[in-house]
Design a protein around this ligand. Structure first.
Ligand code: CO8
Length: 257
């Protein structure tokens, strides 16, 4: 498929999606939504891909939803088309999705990064929910996911003032898993994704599903769910291989990749 607003390639067993609207700082319009979701879903179905990385440019991961596209919208249009609801499809991708964020991740850009399974940040990354400055509020999960990541006080301050958070504050607050030098971001993200893609794919997918359940369940239900999924892993050939390899002091050769 030919894409207009993104670049798509595979590096080994990693699917790489690069937002590519440099003149608009990768602002997210309807075309970007359609293409990112299509590319991610295609990677999810591609047996040669074990993990996905979504990135932008060194200046901007994405500076938000496209304000110029949104500006003339009426309420009835936004409601009837369920504007931007399709981004939720990204959260139904079953393979791990890593956001590699350099530069601005604002508004919908910050929200897109938070839809991924974890965020690796370049040291020049800046996160924010500046919608309040436009007379609106976050609409792709910012009020909910940011609050779960960084807690109420910081999320409330960011959503109410539009203040940006730099990479170190984002790491300190639990929004990103790690900060790396900007020049090394893509290689590091590909390295981490490549490592994940070498493990047993069903085990990796079960980890993702189970960690994500922790956002939707009580602790007791989540622990039971985890234990049941763990039990089911004894049906995997890769469990036999992984544990045999450990006892035989050799590296595991997972078959289900
Ligand atoms: N939308 C459209 N165009 C944009 C956007 C955007 N979000 N951000 C930047 N651009 C464009 C600029 O208009 C400019 O284009 P042009 O050259 O044609 O004037 C070009 O990108 C470069 O931008 P700047 O000249 O402004 O670059 P600077 O380096 O001076 O500033 C900033 C960079 C600080 C990132 C600045 O561009 C900025 O403040 N951008 C807007 C950030 C923002 O407010 N984002 C939130 C948008 S609202 C949102 O995301 C809501 C999401 C929820 C939707 C859910 C619906 C259900």
């Amino acid at each position: 498929m030919a894409y207009e607003t993104i670049l798509v390639e595979t590096r080994g067993r990693v699917g790489l999606i690069t937002l590519n609207r440099p003149k608009a700082l990768n602002a997210l319009n309807s075309k970007v939504l359609e293409e990112v979701v299509a590319a991610a879903e295609a990677f999810d179905e591609n047996a040669k891909v074990g993990a996905i990385v979504i990135t932008g440019s060194e200046k901007a991961f994405a500076a938000g939803a496209d304000i110029k596209e949104m500006q003339p919208k009426t309420y009835i249009e936004a409601y009837m088309e369920d504007f931007f609801a399709d981004w939720e499809r990204l959260t139904r991708i079953r393979k791990p999705v890593i956001a590699a964020v350099a530069g601005y991740a604002l508004g919908g850009g910050c929200e897109l990064a938070m839809m991924c399974d974890f965020i690796l940040a370049a040291d020049n990354a800046k996160f924010g929910q500046p919608e309040i400055t436009l007379g609106v509020m976050p609409g792709m999960g910012g009020s909910q996911r940011l609050t779960r990541f960084v807690g109420k006080s910081k999320a409330m301050e960011m959503c109410l003032t539009g203040r940006m958070m730099d990479a170190l504050e984002a790491e300190r607050s639990g929004l990103v898993s790690r900060v790396v030098p900007a020049g090394e971001l893509i290689e590091e993200a590909l390295k981490v994704a490549g490592k994940i893609a070498e493990f047993s794919l069903p085990a990796v997918m079960m980890v993702k599903e189970t960690v994500n359940r922790s956002y939707e369940m009580t602790l007791a239900e989540g622990l039971r769910f985890e234990r049941r999924v763990f039990h089911s892993m004894f049906a995997l050939a890769d469990q036999k291989e992984g544990m045999a390899a450990f006892t035989e002091k050799r590296s595991a050769q997972f078959r289900n990749r």
